[in-house]
Design a protein around this ligand. Structure first.
Ligand SMILES: C[S@@+](CC[C@H](N)C(=O)[O-])C[C@H]1O[C@@H](n2cnc3c(N)ncnc32)[C@H](O)[C@@H]1O
Length: 290
């Protein structure tokens, strides 16, 4: 998929917004992942988890308790600084490093995970590293998701008839501000990584979907998610969101459109008590690499 590395999370402010706007992964997903690792050690912790593209530790913190050792890496120094600052566990070794050249020994990892990041990698080099680093019986896990579907709740209950139009407004704001290189990657994730799944050189692979639901969101949470998705600084092309002024304009326009959708449906924005955000997460597991 992406052959030239896309360096889009490279500043402290981008990393800060990423940490604020992104979800972590819940217990259903964690148990599915841990259950996918074949092990002789019934009921005990696994030895090593290696993570690539760890961001600010969204997957690291929830999976680390199942491993004696965790090696979490990201190509961006500012993401690693955030991950260290937000770390909830003390047995994680965080390091700047690339998914195409992983700093881990041969046949050492029980789990190798790339959450919301494989679409950025040079797949050929990444899979050759996965083959090298995983133990026999070890498991590769890939997670991907795009924007959540959002439903407002008023005193009359959940307003599901608005889910499609509000969620489309979130998606449109993101797509319009991603930049040309990233849009095809967005659709690859949204469709459940069809091309990437096909390319995994493993004898066993499976794909499952999980719904991760937050039911007490405010509009600020929707806004923060958008802010985490549009603030990718892409040096390869003229990126539309280059300045604070433009960022503010995008977010203001988004909120205006949002309120208009509510009002056109005779719901005043003030009557919304909360929003439900429903992320559809693709979780791919693969083992027995060829
Ligand atoms: C969308 S974030 C995902 C962060 C986190 N894993 C999560 O689940 O939210 C993608 C991360 O992949 C990192 N990344 C991009 N290309 C990379 C590469 N070639 N090697 C390692 N990390 C990379 C970025 O710096 C970024 O932190």
């Amino acid at each position: 998929m992406a052959q030239t590395p896309l360096r889009v999370f490279e500043t402290a402010s981008v990393s800060d917004r990423y940490a604020r706007g992104r979800p972590t992964y819940d217990d259903k997903i964690v148990q599915h992942i841990v259950g996918s690792i074949r092990s002789e050690l019934k009921g005990e912790k696994h030895e090593l988890m290696v993570e690539v593209g760890c961001g600010s530790g969204q997957a690291t913190n929830v999976l680390a308790p199942y491993f004696h050792n965790v090696h979490a890496t990201d190509i961006s120094e500012s993401q690693i600084v955030q991950a260290k600052a937000l770390s909830k566990v003390d047995h994680v070794n965080y390091q700047v490093g690339s998914a195409e050249k992983i700093s881990a020994k041969d046949a050492s990892a029980d789990l190798l995970i790339a959450a919301e990041s494989v679409h950025f990698y040079d797949l050929e080099n990444f899979f050759s590293e996965v083959r090298r680093v995983l133990k026999p019986g070890g498991c590769l896990v890939l997670i991907g998701y795009v924007h959540p579907n959002v439903t407002p709740t008023t005193s009359n209950g959940a307003q599901r008839q608005l889910t499609a139009s509000l969620s489309n407004a979130v998606e449109k704001t993101i797509i319009d501000n991603l930049g040309r290189t990233l849009v095809p990657l967005y659709y690859e994730i949204q469709n459940g990584y069809p091309k990437i799944f096909e390319a995994i050189p493993a004898k066993q692979k499976s794909k499952e979907y999980f719904h991760l639901i937050y039911d007490t969101w405010k509009l600020k949470n929707v806004w923060d998610f958008i802010d985490s998705a549009i603030l990718l600084k892409c040096p390869e092309e003229t990126f539309p969101i280059e300045s604070e002024r433009k960022r503010t304009k995008v977010l203001d326009t988004f909120v205006r459109n949002w309120n208009e959708i509510l009002e056109n449906n005779e719901i005043s924005p003030e009557s919304v008590t909360s929003y439900e955000a429903d992320y559809k997460m693709t979780v791919i597991t693969a083992s027995n690499f060829k």
